[in-house]
Design a protein around this ligand. Structure first.
Ligand SMILES: NC(=O)c1ccc[n+]([C@@H]2O[C@H](COP(=O)([O-])OP(=O)(O)OC[C@H]3O[C@@H](n4cnc5c(N)ncnc54)[C@H](OP(=O)(O)O)[C@@H]3O)[C@@H](O)[C@H]2O)c1
Length: 251
């Protein structure tokens, strides 16, 4: 049994790696920070007697994404977890073009290419795509991040339905976490962080849903209810509320 996890150098990705290792999965772990991946490999191989392959890659570079796919999908992989992602907390006109391209490539392009290659090359298995509660509303001051996560939710849900109808035993589960204390907020540029779930409980819940081939899972019940609630608010009001929430992260 083999799983490929992107963004496995910190936060949620480390928890996915740990939980799958406990369950006897060999792993391919990827991210840019090779030292982090190497130390995780050492810990997991020693503790759980599994094999871990480290594959450093910058997923904002499409060539690296293709290199990762070429290395992995000739193997028999049971699980793909598209977890790598980041946000930029800043007004849209203050984000450099290259920063936005890097975000779109990491959060959208890499996830799309890896999902597609998995489906094309593997006979069966599970894909877990990490979106966010941000997928359910616009996010002024984190606009490209929110938009990228809406894409992840929409694409993953659509492809899951296609696969179900085709009878191919591959499912795509979309995970929508609420705020968690990882490196995410610091990297995004927020000075305040809050959480509705820990990365560990979120990863557990997500894997349980993935193995049941559920299309959608949330980090916790509060986020599930909030996402449902967005359906009943006018877009205009939702966007104003969202602005206030993002604004508070600067203070
Ligand atoms: N924390 C939250 O509040 C929250 C809420 C909703 C959704 N999420 C989503 O959850 C996922 C995991 O985030 P996290 O909370 O665990 O944050 P994190 O601790 O910052 O982890 C992000 C991971 O993505 C990797 N990554 C970022 N840019 C990359 C790139 N260009 N190429 C390759 N890997 C890259 C990072 O590795 P390197 O830096 O080593 O490359 C790291 O392993 C993300 O998709 C995020 O959007 C997080």
């Amino acid at each position: 049994m083999l799983a490929l996890i992107t963004g496995a150098s910190s936060g949620l990705g480390v928890e996915f790696a740990r939980l799958l290792a406990i369950n006897g999965y060999d792993l391919i772990i990827s991210a840019r920070r090779k030292d982090r991946l190497e130390s995780l490999k050492k810990i997991l191989e020693k503790k759980y007697k599994i094999n871990v392959e480290v594959f450093p890659a910058d997923l904002s570079d499409v060539n690296d994404v293709l290199r990762l796919a070429a290395n992995c999908f000739t193997k028999n992989i049971n699980i793909l977890i598209n977890n790598a992602g980041f946000g930029i907390l800043r007004s849209f006109n203050n984000i450099a073009g290259k920063e936005n391209i890097n975000l779109i490539n990491t959060n959208i392009t890499a996830l799309t290419l890896l999902s597609q290659e998995f489906i094309k090359t593997q006979k069966r298995g599970y894909i877990l795509n990490v979106a966010s509660a941000a997928a359910f509303l616009p996010g002024p001051l984190l606009s490209t991040y929110y938009a990228s996560k809406s894409y992840v939710l929409s694409l993953s849900t659509a492809v899951n339905e296609e696969l179900k109808r085709s009878g191919k035993p591959i499912s795509v589960t979309t995970l929508c976490p609420g705020p968690m204390k990882t490196e995410f907020f610091t990297i995004a540029g927020a000075s305040k962080e809050w959480a509705t779930a820990t990365p560990r409980t979120c990863a557990k819940r997500a894997l349980r849903a993935m193995f049941k081939r559920k299309p959608l899972v949330f980090s916790d019940n509060l986020i599930a209810i909030s996402a449902f609630g967005t359906k009943f608010l006018p877009l205009n009001l939702l966007t104003k509320l969202s602005y206030k929430i993002q604004r508070s992260k600067f203070m």
